[in-house]
Design a protein around this ligand. Structure first.
Ligand code: ADP
Ligand code: ZN
Length: 435
């Protein structure tokens, strides 16, 4: 039996949702046309007037917005309200390129908290739960975003932020944290530290985790669930759109429901910009229809995903996005072959012979791409015979080659020798860009 935070929105009929979206979209487009010069200019150039946008189907008439537009208007050029209405600023963590700044009115913060409250409720959280927030607080949206949602639900919030992993474990144990949020890679690091400290999953009370901010695989989900003894749910968002809570997973664990009453989603062909039918893989494009301070129209996320309107057993009717494969700019082209780090993660974790920590190193030597995967051995494997280790190497090499069609060099490294992160993992070192 599923719990909803806002049943009316989460379980609305599609025609009702479309009507609401259409109304909100036309209002938002009028507002940005009047208040944000870059939108007025783009729409004028495209020959579209706000009056042409009356329903969701009209969306495709509008020009796209790109990350570069946010950089060009840095810091406040795309704000749609006067600064005295802006009560909070955040900035992207800057994983890719120069940072961008976004703003929120009080109403925007309320909407954001509601989006996160829906995610928490879908994870089974109530006001009886203790919420351990291990996302970073500060300009990064992870910490304060989920913090706001947890307070809305009435949970007892523990604002731990990142860092000092051993202390985090003590807090989980002593304070009785029942729900946790952090990046999936940090969840694994927590699990590892807990095991080192001799603390068993039975010794802690965690029952659910909301993990996101980076791509992760089903295999990683299983590993985290087994080691922390909780149900691991995915949560998606990006600073530009609002932060975490744009989409959230329910107990079915087959993709994330998008908060469609606030964000309209489209999938497009990243090369032609053409809108794809729901169900086809493409770049996710979002339009904010309730935000006041920073409403983006047809924002190109560069995240590659698939939408599904298949009936969900949880009863929510909100469209689902399947686990995104990663950003189109995370995609590596090695010897002409498209490679997503998540494909390699799937292979490694499903073989299960090594620790779940890896790094992909790409370089170009004599005009040929080199492709190396460094993987950590487990303590048990480390003391194994050379013969067994080379067999493992050969097995991983063959499995990656059969998935990708290109053969990597496999380097098995000592346990705990790859860097651990508190935020987003750095999976790829592409030295070709340095030459
Ligand atoms: P930055 O762009 O600096 O990394 P953000 O925190 O805004 O800062 O990152 C948002 C991006 O993180 C998304 O566009 C997406 O690529 C990735 N992301 C967020 N949540 C998930 C998730 N659950 N699964 C996969 N990728 C995610
Ligand atoms: Zn569902």
């Amino acid at each position: 039996m599923s719990n909803y935070w806002n049943k009316e929105m989460e379980c609305a009929e599609l025609y009702e949702m479309r009507a609401l979206q259409s109304f909100r979209l036309s209002k938002t487009v009028k507002r940005v046309y009047e208040n944000v010069p870059i939108y007025r200019q783009r729409m004028d150039e495209a020959g579209v007037s706000p009056d042409d946008i009356r329903c969701v189907e009209d969306l495709a008439k509008l020009p796209f917005t790109y990350k570069q537009d946010l950089r060009d208007t840095y810091p406040y050029g795309m704000f749609a309200v006067p600064m005295d209405e802006v009560v909070r600023l955040h900035a992207s963590s800057g994983t890719t390129g120069k940072q961008i700044v976004v703003g929120y009115t009080q109403n925007d913060l309320d909407i954001w908290a509601e989006c996160c409250a829906r995610a928490l409720t879908a994870a089974g959280a109530t006001n009886k739960d203790f919420m351990h927030v291990s996302y970073g607080y500060g300009l990064f949206t992870g910490g304060l975003g989920l913090h706001g949602g947890a307070e809305k639900v009435g949970m007892t919030v523990i604002p731990v932020s990142t860092g000092n992993t051993k202390r985090q474990i003590n807090i989980i144990k002593d304070f009785g944290s029942t729900v946790i949020c952090c990046t999936p890679s940090y969840a694994l690091y927590l699990a590892e530290t807990m095991e080192e400290e001799g603390i068993k999953k039975e010794d802690i009370k965690l029952k659910a985790g909301l993990f996101g901010a980076e791509p992760w695989t089903e295999e990683m989900r299983k590993d985290i669930e087994n080691r922390l003894g909780l149900k691991a749910l995915d949560i998606y968002g990006l600073t530009e759109i609002i932060g975490p809570g744009v989409a959230f997973e329910c107990e079915e664990q087959t993709g994330m429901h998008i908060n469609e009453d606030n964000f309209i989603v489209e999938t497009i062909d990243p090369d032609t910009g053409e809108v794809l039918p729901e169900g086809e893989e493409g770049e996710l494009v979002f339009t904010c229809i309730t935000k006041e301070a920073f409403p983006l129209i047809r924002y190109r996320t560069r995240d590659i995903g698939v939408l599904s309107r298949e009936k969900c057993s949880c009863g929510r009717t909100l469209v689902k996005m399947l686990k995104p494969r990663g950003r189109s700019d995370d995609m590596l082209i090695i010897r002409g072959v498209n490679v997503f780090p998540s494909q390699i993660e799937s292979v490694l974790l499903s073989l299960g012979d090594t620790a779940p920590f890896y790094q992909i190193i790409v370089d170009r030597v004599h005009n040929t791409d080199t492709f190396e995967v460094k993987i950590e051995l487990t303590e048990a494997m480390f003391s194994d015979t050379m013969k067994n280790i080379s067999e493992t190497e050969a097995k991983i090499k063959a499995a990656i080659e059969s998935t990708l069609g290109i053969s990597p060099k496999i380097t098995l490294v000592e346990p705990k020798s790859l860097p651990r992160v508190e935020g987003k993992a750095v999976r790829v070192i592409d030295k070709r860009k340095l030459h």
